[in-house]
Structures are given as structure tokens and as C-alpha cells.
Write a protein that binds this ligand. Structure first.
Ligand code: NOJ
Ligand code: CA
Length: 559
């Protein structure tokens, strides 16, 4: 069992809340997300790999993160960036071997960095031996029961069983060729598993133990809210269930109550290790349902996507912070500004703020236009991204940083259609997809792939990546990278308990106090504002004669 102690957290001036604080480092850990194929390429084949990660451990150490989370590195045809897994207990030969994995873990642990791997339990790839068997075994065979096969409509079953849509666009059903169809929430190459099947349950227990035994410290659970489904007839029409956020667990596909039985089962496995293995769920659920995934008898932590979804407005941030801090009352909370599924934060914040469309949608529209309209103000976006990360890192709870955010990377909007890898781009004309935030990282200002590898990377990097390269930023004390390093180091020193309370201020200013009288103050308004008298600890931008300029955050100790 994890140890807890109790402290008081003031969420709002009139709202006192009791908060369970685990001495467990995960409660406040800073986790760096690596998208392995785009991080570092050690052998020049254009694909980032595990030895590439090992070679960059000193960089991760100097950044000051507590853990890394690796997106899938398993054998895969890359129909969905590796989230189409052929074998959950192996390494894609293009990314290395299990021996390379062991060497990577040893190097990361040697640098005091923990390792989280991605478990993808909602689906396998269509190349997984189970799925091949299911197709050849035919209708009614037990091999089909591991997946979700149903009879098609029409005399020969030539129509899908219902009108449900995949998350990537198009039908959620694909034909087996014999009148049956199989269900896939995502790409057709990702058939959904049937979590009522015992072999499925047993196989994932094995997978969790396999990686835990190899020294992995924790797991990120892909589509954690999707494993249990009600595919009984009659089916509701798609337009009644297209909105997946329900507050009561009544959706046939998402966030059903019985999904937690699976995690209670895994919890016994996690807790059988010393120290217990950590888990974080990717649960895109109604905010009121998030804490359940983060509770100690379920996964222990859940991604809170609210800040990634928020616009650059003080009222949005205030709301998101209140709701995330409230989650800490009985469980844990986490914060993030981006991941491999979302247009990059510096770009979202550099596009015009719209009243009736969230920044994410504006950014996706901009991507569809290859970045032509609306106009992106890069400097503004980066300035706000600097201010935003300082808010995020000043909050109690855990923080997730997506690779390249620490460089202030912008989304790459003008990737030619023919190089796109994301199935979202091919399954629907309404989205350009997620490749723009998955372009290989620039490590140096020169070289065929800006230091990513000896040759060009699997997605083309634009020329402007040179200015964002790690070696350029290391030499510039005011760079985004150096801001991240300083903020991460200070965070360890300053924010030692969960205490947070709001300090009254004008409406365009976000101002909260943390332990030891440390204040985090952000000016969202256009004109500089006065700061309290005190010592400035860190600032996301130059102060204007001791006033706080627009789109800037400071951490300070008020006198
Ligand atoms: C969520 C992952 O973050 C995303 O990249 C993937 O496409 C889906 N799950 C399906 O596995
Ligand atoms: Ca490689």
C-alpha cells in the first residue's frame, strides 16, 4: 500500500479541501513523453530508435525530468504511429532489440530517471497472430471471440451492423469477407479486443508483468476509458452517441463503470512489485469521472487534458486549475499542454483567439489550410507557451511534457500530403492529422536532419527547425530550453507540498500562492501590471521596470 499523509489544500478562498498526499514521487513527478520514432536516430535509417534514446540520456538528465514515458516501440506496421501493435512483448526490429531496451533502462535508471511504457489494451494490429487466426478460423470460431465480430446487415451481410463511426472518420466496422464485420474504434488496422474474453485478460496480465519484470517503473494505458463496451442490440443511432462525454457511464463504448474491474485486477499486479508499479490512464472522460481512474484502487493517475483544451484566457485557466486541484482531494492530478495527438502549444497560442471556437479547432483548421490562414504569430505563441509552462510547473500534481515543447517547437503545417503517416489524414478530409507535431526533433543547427540522425528523418523537417535546435538553445541563456531547465530545478526546491490558494487580483491576472509564500503570477492582459514587492525567482520574459508585461509569468517571493 502507498503511504499517505494529510494536508490542507485551499482551493479557493472559501473552499477548504482535504487532500491525500502520497509520499510517492509519482504524485508530483515531471514526466517527459518520448515519441520514439521521432526522438533520435542512431543508425541513420530515418527512424528514431532505442539506442538513440540511450544516447540522449544526458540531455534528459540536464532537463531535470523524473521519468520518461515512451510511446509504443513494439513491432508494428505503423498504421497508427505504433498504436497498432503486432506483439505487445517485443521491440520493433527497426527500433532495436530487447537487449537495447535493457541498455536504455539501465542508462535511464543510472541517471535517476524512471521509465513508463505504453500499454495498448483496446486493440491489437490486424497483423497480430490472434487477428490473423480470427480471420482464417471463420464465423462462430472461438478465435473470433477475442475480438468484436458481428453479422453484417443485408442478405449476405454486405452492410455494416450499424452506422457507428471510427474516431478517425469513416465506419467503425470493417468486413471480414464472410458476412461478418469486426469493430474498430480507430483505424481498420486496429481491431478492438473483447475484454469479456478470459484469454484477452490473461494475455494483458502477462504483458504488464513482462515489462514490470524487465524493470519498467510504470505504464501509460492507451484509451483507458474504452475497453468495456456494450455491443448488444438494438444499437443506438450514431448521432445519439457521437458525443462521448457522459457524466453517468451510460455510453455504449466509452467510460463504462465495469472498466475499473480491469484496473482493480491490474492494481493487484502493480502492487505486487516493490516499489509498486505506477500507472496513468489516457481517459478522455467527463471531468466528474476523471478522478475515478486516478483513484488508488484503479490506475492511480489519469491524464487531465483540460489545460491542453483550454484557450489562453485567465478564466479558462482558473477553471481548469480549480477542477484539477479538486481531483487531488481523493486521488491525484496531472497537467499537460500537449502530446503527440494535438497541435503544438506554441502554435495554438500563436493563432487568433476566437470566441466560439477553441484554439485546438482553430489550429486544426489552420493545418488543413497548410498553415496559410489564419496568420500564425510565432513570437506571440512562444511567449505564451513560456508563460503557460511556468503556470503548469507551479501547480501541485504531476506534469507531462511532450518532446519538443521544451524547445518551443511549432507545429509543421505544410507537410506534403504524400508524406503524411497519420491514418486520420487518409480516413477523413476534415483533418490533416497529427504528423505536424511528430516531426523528428532538431538537435543541431546543421546536418541532413538537424542532428536527429545521419540522414533525413521519416518526416521532413522544415528549414526553420535549425533555429530551434538544442545546440542553438543551449548557447542562449534566454532560450525556451534554458527556461525549462531553470523552472524544473526550481520546482523541486520550491513546491514541496500541495498547498495552493488564489490571491485576489484584477480579472486579467492569474495569481496563486504556493508553499513558503511563493507566488505564481501571470498577466493575460495587454498592459503591464504592478507586481507585489518581493524577490523575483523566475520570469518567463523580461520585466518592464519591475512591472509584469503582457503574456508573462513570474514566480516570486512576496515580502
Ligand atoms: C490514443 C493515442 O494517444 C493515439 O495516438 C492513438 O491513435 C489512439 N489512442 C489509438 O490507439
Ligand atoms: Ca534508426
Amino acid at each position: 500500500m502507498r503511504h499517505t499523509r494529510w494536508v490542507t489544500t485551499t482551493i479557493d478562498q472559501d473552499h477548504q479541501a482535504r487532500t491525500a498526499v502520497s509520499t510517492d514521487l509519482w504524485r508530483t513527478a515531471v514526466v517527459y513523453q518520448i515519441y520514439p520514432r521521432s526522438f533520435a536516430d542512431s543508425n541513420g535509417d530515418g527512424i528514431g530508435d532505442l539506442p538513440g534514446i540511450t544516447s540522449r540520456v544526458p540531455y534528459l538528465r540536464s532537463l531535470g525530468v523524473d521519468a520518461v514515458w515512451l510511446s509504443p516501440f513494439y513491432p508494428s506496421a505503423l498504421a497508427d504511429g505504433g498504436y497498432d501493435v503486432d506483439d505487445h512483448r517485443n521491440v520493433d526490429p527497426r527500433l532495436g532489440t530487447l537487449g537495447d531496451f535493457d541498455a536504455m533502462i539501465t542508462a535511464l535508471h543510472g541517471a535517476d530517471i524512471k521509465v513508463i511504457v505504453d500499454i495498448v489494451p483496446n486493440h491489437t494490429s490486424n497483423r497480430h497472430p490472434w487477428f490473423r487466426e480470427a480471420l482464417t478460423a471463420g464465423r462462430g470460431a472461438p478465435q473470433r471471440d477475442r475480438y468484436l465480430f458481428r453479422n453484417g446487415l443485408g442478405p449476405r451481410g454486405e452492410q455494416p451492423p450499424n452506422d457507428w463511426e471510427s474516431m478517425f472518420g469513416g465506419s467503425a466496422w470493417a468486413p471480414a469477407g464472410d458476412g461478418q464485420w469486426y469493430f474498430h474504434c480507430f483505424a481498420a488496422e486496429q481491431p478492438d479486443l473483447n475484454w469479456e474474453n478470459d484469454e484477452v485478460r490473461e494475455d494483458f496480465r502477462r504483458t504488464v508483468r513482462f515489462w514490470a519484470d524487465r524493470g519498467v517503473d510504470g505504464f501509460r494505458i492507451d484509451v483507458a476509458h474504452g475497453l468495456r463496451k456494450d455491443l448488444s442490440e438494438p444499437y443506438l443511432p450514431w448521432d445519439e452517441i457521437a458525443d462521448i462525454m457522459r457524466p453517468d457511464g451510460s455510453h455504449p463504448l466509452w467510460d463504462r463503470d465495469d472498466v475499473h474491474e480491469i484496473y482493480a485486477d491490474w492494481r493487484r499486479i502493480f502492487d505486487s512489485y516493490d516499489p509498486p508499479r505506477f500507472a496513468v490512464g489516457e481517459a478522455s472522460v467527463h471531468p466528474a469521472r476523471r478522478a475515478r481512474y486516478a483513484s488508488a484502487d484503479s490506475l492511480g493517475q489519469a491524464f487531465n487534458f483540460a489545460m491542453q483544451d483550454a484557450d489562453w484566457r485567465p478564466e479558462d485557466y482558473r477553471e481548469v486549475i480549480n477542477s484539477g486541484v479538486a481531483d487531488m482531494i481523493n486521488s491525484t492530478t496531472s497537467w499537460l499542454l500537449g502530446c503527440h495527438d494535438t497541435p503544438r502549444v506554441a502554435t495554438r497560442y500563436g493563432l487568433p483567439l476566437e470566441e466560439d471556437r477553441p484554439a485546438q479547432q482553430v489550429a486544426r483548421q489552420w493545418l488543413l489550410a497548410d498553415g496559410a490562414t489564419p496568420r500564425l504569430d510565432r513570437a506571440l505563441g512562444e511567449r505564451r507557451a513560456r508563460a503557460a509552462i511556468m503556470i503548469l510547473l507551479a501547480l501541485p500534481g504531476s506534469a507531462y511534457i511532450y518532446q519538443g515543447e521544451e524547445l518551443g517547437l511549432q507545429e509543421v503545417a505544410d507537410l506534403p500530403r504524400e508524406v503524411l503517416e497519420d491514418p486520420m489524414a487518409s480516413r477523413t478530409t476534415k483533418e490533416k492529422g497529427r504528423d505536424g507535431c511528430r516531426v523528428p526533433l532538431p538537435w543541431s543547427a546543421d546536418g541532413p536532419s538537424y542532428g536527429f540522425g545521419q540522414h533525413v528523418g521519416h518526416l521532413p523537417q522544415p528549414e526553420w527547425f535549425a533555429a530551434y535546435a538544442v545546440d542553438v538553445q543551449e548557447a542562449d541563456p534566454g532560450s525556451m530550453l534554458n527556461l525549462y531547465r531553470r523552472a524544473l530545478a526550481l520546482r523541486r526546491e520550491l513546491f514541496v507540498s500541495d498547498d495552493l490558494h488564489w490571491v485576489e487580483s484584477e480579472s486579467s491576472v492569474l495569481h496563486f500562492a504556493r508553499p513558503g509564500g511563493v507566488r505564481c503570477i501571470t498577466n493575460f492582459g495587454p498592459a503591464p501590471v504592478a507586481l507585489p514587492v518581493g524577490e523575483i525567482l523566475l520570469s518567463s520574459g523580461q520585466l518592464d521596470q519591475s512591472r509584469l508585461p503582457s503574456d508573462t509569468t513570474v514566480w516570486m517571493r512576496a515580502r
